[in-house]
Every structure is written in structure tokens, then in C-alpha cells.
Design a protein around this ligand. Structure first.
Ligand SMILES: *Cc1c(COP(=O)(O)O)cnc(C)c1O
Length: 421
């Protein structure tokens, strides 16, 4: 077998949409981006949606929009993709990493402890599509004690009057919270449309605004659109249509707009997302749950409870009692069988960039624990029943080999590469 980890969903409808953009002879930001933004607006029920060229650039944009600058702090989980913290560094501010809960999401109590007068924002990560506990996070940032610490330094900060809550929703388009789109739970929700995500535009992202009533969503949308285009007051399409050559640069904007040729891919996919693509992912998750339920070592991922439902972006199972060394052997064995799996994530304090900045893995014991025995299995609509059965049977086989080798007295000190704490 040769089962890739997360190939993009490219059907005839996707190809037709891209061809349509090519044939229309309009390939950069234009009608396809507008149509994609409209689809996302309907899916998320938020107040405004702005497409950009990646999650990362969207996060930098929104931190800059809020006025995050050197001397400020932004709280992030230690357990995420590097971009969550890099976006903060790119604004000159300091990412304050905190530990996660057993379900991989940021620990609201640790957030409370980390808030200082320098804190301007929190970026919470909906790991694997599983929304963070936003009710708790909101009660933290809205508590009078925490509000009193907040020191507004820009108009936006004064208007909000408290710490900004951003969802790193790179994984979680289509997730729900209390029966509504999870994107409605935060001030700002940012999706990624990178090639491996549930919906892709090859590279891309989308910012959803869900700000308090003191903000005018339409005005913020207009301002942010200009921000994504070098601060230029007329976009290329407007100029092409009106024939007007004159424009102005209003402020030092970024250049992070999404091209139509990319939006076309996502536009074709999102039209099928709720009806077809998302249920297909859920079906596979249920096959896995059923396939592994009798295995003593199986620790199921958080996918649904009375309040939240994941969009099944990943199937991040954990293997009870397995050490990092033996987990890596399981991955080698699956790879040898032609099954591509992944680990989400290598916690940031284990990466050179963050080690150099002084972050230490020993400060995040839950993140290490969650990482050490985690494996993400393939989960996407194109997976066949035969492939799913093969993955289930193979994982059971190779895990049992490793579990036995651990139990049969393989001395840990002989087997283990030094734990990379
Ligand atoms: C993919 C991902 C990102 C980055 O998305 P880009 O669109 O590649 O910038 C950020 N955060 C998380 C959790 C991700 O998985």
C-alpha cells in the first residue's frame, strides 16, 4: 500500500473553477476571492471575512491591526505549530508560552497566571479541529481583575478595553461550539488554507471578525482589505474596471492578498464541505474509534462532547504507556508498510529557534506528555474502506510489537535515546 498522509482534494469541480479563473483572465484578487469570502461568511456566521495568502500573514496582520509591538506580550500554547509564536515575534512582541490540557488545548488556568500588564492578546489553538474551552478563556479575560491589568495604548485597544482573543483556527473550519460555528466564539478567528488543511487554496488563509459592537465590521473590513494590499486605496480590479490610473498609499500596509487562481480551489471545495467533505472525515474518525476500541492502549482524541464538535482535521490518537522512543518505532514500522503518519506537534520549546530564545521543555510537562505518545493517522475524504481497514490492522499489529518489547524487559536506559527535554 501507499497511503499518503493528507493529499489535497482535487476533483473536476476544483479543476473547472481554476480553469474558469484562467479563462476569465483575472487571476489575482477579484471575484473568486469575494465569492470565497462570502461562502466563509455564511459558514461561520461572523461579521466579516478577509482572505489572505496564509494563516501566518493573517495573524501578523491582526496583531499589527491591534497595535501589538515591542514590549508587548502575547500568550500562546507551547503545543502548536511554530507560526502561532512566530507571528508574535514578527511584530516585535514576546510570545509567552503556557502549557496545555490533556485534550491538547491551551490551559485557561495557566493563561490566567501568565497575564501581566504587558499582555495584549491570547492566541488559542483549536488543535486538530477541537475548539478550545472558549467560555473559560473568556471568563478569564473578562474578569475584573484581569481587565484592570490591561493598559490600552492604541485606539483599537481602548475600544476593546481588554485582552484580544484570537483563535488559531488553522485546523478548525467547520467545528462547532454549543450548536453554532466555533468561529463565533473569539474576537478574531483565523483559518489556514495551506495544502494539507480541510479546505485549501494551495496557500492561503482567512480572517473572521467577530468583534464587540463598538467596532464597525464593514469599516474594519475595508481597512483590512487595504492593509493586505500595501495600504493602496484602490485594488487592481477597481482600477482595471474604472480605467483610473491614479491611486494613493494611505499607510504602510502589507502585501498579503489572496490571488483568485488560489481562491478558486477553495471555492470549489467549500461548496461541498458541509454536505460531503466534512461528513466523510467524520465517518473515517468513527471507523478508527470502532477499530481501536478494544485495544487497551488506545487513547481516543477529543472529537465531540455535549458542547463541542471537531471538524475532524486530524485523528491524533495516543498510545497509553508508550515512550517517545517506541512511538518513533511505531511510525517507522507504519512507514515501512506504506502508511504515512505524522506527529502533531513537536512542541515549540523542542525547536532550535525557540530554544535559542530561552524556552525550555521542562516548563511544559503536559505538552511533552501529549507529544511523546501521539500519532496522527491519515483522515481525508479520498481514503478508501480498504485503506482504512489496512491502517487499523497495521497499527494494531505494530503497536502490539512495541508494547510487548517494552514489557519484555527492554531496559529503558538501553533503548531510549535521551529524552529530549
Ligand atoms: C498550518 C498551521 C498554521 C500555519 O498556517 P499557514 O497557512 O501555513 O501560515 C498555523 N497554526 C497551526 C496550528 C497550523 O496547523
Amino acid at each position: 500500500m501507499n497511503i499518503p498522509f493528507s493529499p489535497p482534494y482535487i476533483d473536476q469541480a476544483v479543476i473547472d473553477q481554476v480553469l474558469d479563473a484562467l479563462k476569465n483572465k483575472w487571476i489575482t484578487t477579484g471575484p473568486k476571492v469575494k465569492a470565497l469570502e462570502q461562502e466563509i461568511l455564511e459558514l461561520t456566521e461572523t461579521d466579516a471575512t478577509i482572505c489572505v495568502n496564509s494563516w501566518t500573514s493573517g495573524a501578523i496582520l491582526m496583531l499589527k491591526w491591534f497595535g501589538v509591538k515591542p514590549g508587548d506580550e502575547v500568550i500562546v500554547p507551547a503545543y502548536t505549530y511554530c507560526a502561532t509564536a512566530l507571528s508574535v515575534l514578527h511584530c516585535g512582541a514576546k510570545p509567552i508560552m503556557v502549557d496545555v490540557l490533556d485534550d491538547f488545548t491551551i490551559d485557561p488556568e495557566k493563561v490566567r497566571e501568565a497575564i501581566t500588564p504587558k499582555t495584549k492578546a491570547i492566541i488559542a489553538v483549536d488543535f486538530a479541529g477541537w475548539p478550545c474551552n472558549y467560555d473559560l478563556l473568556k471568563s478569564v479575560i473578562e474578569s475584573p481583575k484581569v481587565r484592570k491589568l490591561f493598559k490600552p495604548q492604541t485606539d483599537k485597544q481602548a475600544t476593546l478595553g481588554r485582552v484580544l482573543l484570537i483563535a488559531d483556527a488553522a485546523h478548525s473550519i467547520g467545528s462547532t461550539y454549543q450548536g453554532k460555528p466555533a468561529a463565533k466564539k473569539c474576537d478574531i478567528t483565523i483559518f489556514s488554507f495551506h495544502a494539507v488543511k480541510n479546505i485549501t487554496t494551495a496557500e492561503g488563509g482567512c480572517i473572521c471578525l467577530n468583534l464587540p459592537a463598538a467596532f464597525n465590521a464593514q469599516e474594519e473590513y475595508n481597512y483590512l482589505k487595504i492593509y493586505t494590499l500595501n495600504g493602496q486605496n484602490k485594488d487592481a480590479l477597481t482600477r482595471a474596471k474604472s480605467g483610473g490610473w491614479r491611486y494613493d498609499i494611505l499607510f504602510e500596509g502589507l502585501k498579503i492578498n489572496m490571488p483568485d487562481i488560489c481562491a478558486a480551489i477553495g471555492l470549489a471545495q467549500i461548496k461541498k464541505y458541509v454536505q460531503t467533505l466534512l461528513p466523510a472525515r467524520k465517518l473515517i474518525a468513527n471507523e478508527y474509534l470502532n477499530g481501536f476500541k478494544d485495544q487497551e492502549w488506545f487513547m481516543a482524541p477529543s472529537l465531540v462532547d455535549s458542547e463541542r464538535e471537531s471538524c475532524y482535521h486530524l485523528f491524533p490518537l495516543r498510545i497509553k504507556g508508550l515512550t517517545e522512543f517506541h512511538r518513533d518505532r511505531v511510525i517507522d514500522d507504519l512507514t515501512a508498510l506504506g502508511i504515512a503518519v505524522n506527529v502533531h506537534f513537536i512542541p515549540m520549546p523542542m525547536l532550535t529557534c525557540f530554544k535559542k530564545l530561552g524556552y525550555e521543555m521542562k516548563d511544559y510537562p503536559m505538552a511533552y506528555r501529549n507529544y511523546s505518545n501521539e500519532i496522527s493517522l491519515p483522515i481525508y475524504p479520498q481514503l478508501t474502506k480498504t485503506e482504512i481497514r489496512f491502517i487499523i490492522a497495521s497499527l494494531i499489529k505494530v503497536v502490539n510489537i512495541q508494547v510487548n518489547s517494552m514489557q519484555n524487559g527492554m531496559v529503558e536506559s538501553e533503548m531510549l535515546i535521551p529524552v529530549r527535554l
